[in-house]
Design a protein around this ligand. Structure first.
Ligand SMILES: [Zn+2]
Length: 119
């Protein structure tokens, strides 16, 4: 189940070499610790994920322009809650933004640019 793991980092000898991303761009390889419990690889970006509320505010401000019903917004918020959206261990801000756009466009016709101008 997502969101249930407390995340315990593996020992320093066991790190895995993975591409490191900054502002959505690959910046070479870096040793990443991973969770010994669920296997999730730790995000090393300094850009920590935002709270779900930040994204719900974006949708709410676009509600009238893109004719979204309150029920659609509720579904989007629910999807964010179910997807480890605020997971500080594994999620970085860029991944979160991409996931947010995906979730919004699943329920409403809102173009990328209308969402990206808030990031
Ligand atoms: Zn874990």
């Amino acid at each position: 189940m997502p969101g249930e793991c407390e995340h315990v980092s593996c020992g320093s000898k066991e790190k895995v070499w993975m591409p490191h991303y900054y502002q959505g761009r690959e910046r070479g390889l870096k040793p990443h610790p991973y969770c010994a419990e669920c296997g999730l690889i730790k995000n090393l970006s300094s850009e920590k994920p935002r709270r779900i509320g930040f994204y719900v505010n974006i949708i709410t401000s676009l509600k009238d322009d893109f004719r979204m019903a309150q029920a659609q917004i509720r579904l989007m918020a629910l999807d964010m809650e179910k997807s480890d959206f605020e997971d500080q261990y594994g999620m970085d801000r860029h991944q979160q933004e991409e996931l947010f756009i995906e979730i919004v466009q699943k329920y409403a016709k809102v173009p990328d640019w209308a969402l990206r101008r808030f990031f």
